[in-house]
Design a protein around this ligand. Structure first.
Ligand code: GAR
Length: 201
């Protein structure tokens, strides 16, 4: 089994979908550690309830992003993590983490990248007036939501939607494609060639 490290800043529903898929035997992996930059993240609580190592790492306790990320890397390595999953982790990943986990950091974003990168993507899409949006699982590179795309799912935007109802419809798809992307990685089925991610049979 592959050891996963999940970084989450908030509610942790994507973390939950990954834990559930591991528990159900759908992914040959286990969540070895959950790390948060937010002491009150419900994600930490979900991990503790499931008996998974849960660590709050306070970014303010470190001078600079490099030192903060080296601490994260230390905790990930102590837990023998092979794949890092960002799940509602609200910080830009820097060089220290990417260097230690080259092509082994993935993220879920609540829009069809390259549209609406950054924060509040569902709100951005709703304000823009697009008729379809969705979510994207991608490898993380040093840009903001710019890495090679693994999977996407599309959802319609209805005239009656609010940003909340749209976000909810997108989240439902996130909970499907994130565990699926993790599964593909863990089964060795993903091959990155430049910007493209190919699915091996
Ligand atoms: C999810 O919608 C995720 O796609 C988004 O935050 C939410 C976290 O929910 N991520 C980003 O916006 C990344 N910039 P969760 O904590 O319930 O998984």
């Amino acid at each position: 089994k592959i050891n996963l490290g999940v970084l989450a800043s908030g509610r942790g529903s994507n973390l939950q979908s990954i834990m559930d898929a591991c528990g159900a035997g759908q992914i040959p992996a286990r969540v070895a550690v959950v790390i948060s930059d937010n002491s009150s993240a419900f994600a930490l609580e979900r991990a503790r309830r499931a008996g998974i190592n849960a660590e709050y790492i306070n970014p303010k306790a470190f001078s600079g992003k490099g030192n903060y990320e080296r601490k994260i890397v230390e905790v990930l390595q102590q837990n023998n993590v092979e794949l890092v999953c960002l799940a509602g982790y609200m910080r830009l990943v820097g060089k220290a983490l990417l260097a230690a986990f080259n092509e082994r950091v993935i993220n879920i974003h609540p829009a069809l990248l390259p549209a609406f990168p950054g924060l509040h993507a569902q709100e951005q899409a709703w304000h823009y007036g697009v008729k379809f949006s969705g979510c994207t699982v991608h490898f993380v590179d040093d840009g903001m939501d710019t890495g090679p795309i693994i999977l996407q799912a599309v959802v319609p935007v209805h005239a009656s939607d609010t940003t909340d109802t749209l976000a909810e419809r997108i989240l439902e798809q996130e909970h499907k494609i994130y565990p699926e992307a993790v599964r593909l990685f863990c089964e060795g089925k993903l091959e990155i060639q430049g910007r493209k991610v190919y699915l091996k049979e």
